[in-house]
Structure formats: C-alpha cells, structure tokens
Design a protein around this ligand. Structure first.
Ligand code: HEC
Ligand code: HEC
Ligand code: HEC
Ligand code: HEC
Length: 202
C-alpha cells in the first residue's frame, strides 16, 4: 500500500480546493471595515450612530417641564427616566408644537404601569418595594378600582404619604405632650391640696 493512494489524493485535493475557496470567499465577502476597531465590522458603529434618536433622555424634558423634573428628582423615582413611563418622546415636540400624545390615560393603564414594576414577584428580591395590588387596596380600605395616583402622586409617589406620616407623628407627639401636661397638672393639684390640708391641721 502506497502512502499516496487515490483516496488520500482525493482528500488532499478537497482540502486544498476548500482552502482556496474559503480564502477567495473571505476576500470577496468580508466588509472592508472589518477589523478596523476589533473583530467586527467597523462601519456597524457608524450605522448605529446614524439611526434617528428615539429616546430624548431626561435632560431633554427639563427645558419645558422643569417643574415636574424638579418634583421627580426629590422623590423615590429620581432614578427613573421620564420616558420609561411616557414612551419614547423624541417626536413629542417639533418647532415648539406638540405632535405626539405622551400621556398615560385612564386609571387602568396608569395602575398597570405602576404594577409593571411594583407587583409582587419573587424574582424582584425582597428589598424592592412591591405590593399585591388587591391586598394593598383592601388594607387601605379603598375600592379595588382605586387609582394608585389617588394617594401616590405619579411624579413623587411618596410625597403625600410622607406628609401624612409626618402629620400623624406630630399629632401623636402633641397628644403625648398634652397627656403629660395633664398628668403634671393633676400631680400639682394633689400637692397643693395636701399642703392646704397640712396647714389646716397645724
Ligand atoms: C420644547 C418643549 C418641550 C419639550 C422639550 C418636551 N415637552 Fe412635553 N410638552 C410640551 C408641551 C407644549 C406640551 C403640551 C402642554 C399642554 O398641553 O399643556 C407637552 C406635554 C407633555 C405631556 C402631556 C401629555 C400630552 O401628550 O399631552 C407629557 C407626558 C410630556 N409632555 C412629556 C415630555 C417628556 C417625557 C419630555 C422629555 C423627553 C418632554 N415632554 C419634552 C413641550 C415640551
Ligand atoms: C412612574 C411613571 C412616570 C414617570 C417616571 C414620569 N411620569 Fe409623567 N406622568 C405619569 C402619569 C401616569 C401621568 C398622567 C397623570 C394624570 O393623568 O393624572 C403623567 C403626566 C405627565 C404630564 C402631564 C400632566 C402634568 O402633570 O402636567 C407631563 C407633562 C409629564 N407627566 C411629564 C413628565 C416628565 C418631564 C417626567 C420626567 C421628569 C415624567 N413625567 C416622569 C407617569 C410618569
Ligand atoms: C420602571 C419601573 C417603575 C415604574 C413604572 C414605577 N415605579 Fe415606583 N419605584 C421604582 C423604583 C426603581 C423605585 C425605588 C426603589 C428603591 O428605592 O429601592 C420605586 C419606588 C416607589 C415607591 C417607594 C416605595 C418605598 O417604600 O420606598 C412607591 C410608593 C412607588 N414607587 C410607587 C409607584 C407608583 C404609584 C407608580 C405608578 C405611577 C410607580 N411606582 C411606577 C420603579 C418603578
Ligand atoms: C388609599 C391610598 C393608596 C392607594 C390607592 C395606593 N397606595 Fe400604595 N401605599 C399607601 C400607603 C399609605 C403606603 C405606605 C405604607 C407604609 O409605609 O406603612 C403605601 C405603600 C406603597 C408601596 C411601598 C411598599 C413597600 O413595601 O415599601 C408601593 C410600592 C405602593 N404603595 C404602590 C402602590 C400601587 C402600585 C398602587 C396602585 C395599585 C397603590 N400603591 C395604591 C397608600 C396607597
């Protein structure tokens, strides 16, 4: 048996032809910008950069909606983008005119928006604030169709709640102080009575 038997020759021919075809194919088909920055088509970056902007970023809202932005920065949603809730609104204003409706309308839509992030789900981890909407509203003794917005203002969800909590704390403090004062007064009166009795007796 000779080492260059026919079947070995055939195999070598296939390998050589395959190699040549591959080299030619790569030369013909590989985009010219391949490898410009790394192991990918360099023009891909230019293509991406040329796409029209979809998201405007919060900074682009401030100019016209500064008050809302300020309200939002001071509360629990300070790290959430406006467009997370309002959909991309780069097409929202052109030449100073509003051209796209960015509003989330209706209680159902608004609640399901809130619950997209806040409904109870194991995967979210225990630290993330979650509610079971039905239970939450039941516990608060409001109708199951109540709007989240009714208590949590959309742009500053804890503002009212913190206000009410503070108010409640102040009321409790005042009540405690009042009780303390009443107690003091009654002790004082007792002392005075005893003093009067003592001087009567002597
Ligand atoms: C050049 C000014 C301008 C910019 C920038 C701008 N808006 Fe507006 N926006 C307006 C005007 C004007 C209205 C209409 C106000 C009205 O009807 O009282 C409006 C209304 C809205 C409304 C109310 C819903 C509606 O469609 O009627 C939302 C929500 C809104 N803008 C979100 C945004 C967000 C989010 C951004 C940033 C990505 C943004 N806007 C950037 C001018 C602007
Ligand atoms: C958590 C979701 C959420 C985020 C984040 C959010 N919004 Fe809103 N926004 C809403 C909802 C829901 C309404 C509709 C409220 C209503 O109809 O009472 C609304 C209403 C509005 C309106 C029209 C009513 C108004 O109050 O003038 C404007 C303008 C607006 N948002 C701008 C913004 C801007 C600017 C940001 C970012 C700084 C932002 N929103 C962030 C949910 C959100
Ligand atoms: C895109 C996701 C997202 C949406 C939509 C959203 N939230 Fe939030 N919410 C968050 C994040 C993130 C936090 C901050 C969590 C933290 O501090 O760990 C937060 C915090 C809160 C908190 C404070 C909880 C606490 O105990 O600190 C309340 C209340 C709240 N959101 C209510 C709402 C309401 C009402 C809506 C609908 C108008 C809404 N959220 C929509 C993501 C979202
Ligand atoms: C009747 C008023 C009211 C309504 C309506 C309401 N909430 Fe609340 N929510 C509260 C109060 C009060 C707290 C604070 C409870 C506490 O800290 O003891 C709270 C707490 C929360 C928290 C924080 C929970 C945590 O563990 O930190 C989230 C998230 C929340 N609400 C989301 C919602 C969503 C979403 C809706 C709509 C489906 C909604 N809430 C409707 C009053 C309300």
């Amino acid at each position: 048996m000779h080492w260059l038997d026919d079947y070995v020759k055939r195999l070598l021919i296939v390998l050589v032809v395959g190699g040549v075809v591959s080299v030619v194919a790569i030369a013909l088909l590989q985009p010219s910008s391949w490898g410009e920055y790394g192991n990918y088509r360099g023009d891909a970056l230019k293509d991406e950069a040329a796409k029209p902007l979809v998201y405007g970023d919060n900074a682009s809202c401030v100019e016209c909606h500064g008050e809302i932005n300020e309200l939002a920065r001071g509360d629990v949603h300070k790290n959430i983008s406006c467009e997370m809730c309002h959909t991309p609104v780069s097409e929202h204003v052109r030449d100073g005119k509003k051209i796209k409706d960015a509003l989330v309308v209706g209680v159902k839509e608004q609640n399901s928006l809130c619950l997209k992030c806040h409904s109870k789900m194991m995967g979210r981890g225990e630290k993330f604030p979650m509610v079971d909407a039905k239970l939450h509203l039941e516990e608060l003794e409001v109708r199951p169709t109540s709007s989240c917005n009714r208590c949590h203002t959309v742009h500053a969800p804890m503002e009212n709640i913190n206000y009410v909590k503070k108010l409640r704390e102040l009321r409790e403090k005042r009540r405690a102080l009042k009780e303390e004062r009443l107690l003091e007064e009654s002790e004082l009166r007792k002392l005075e009575l005893e003093k009067a009795k003592d001087s009567d007796e002597s």
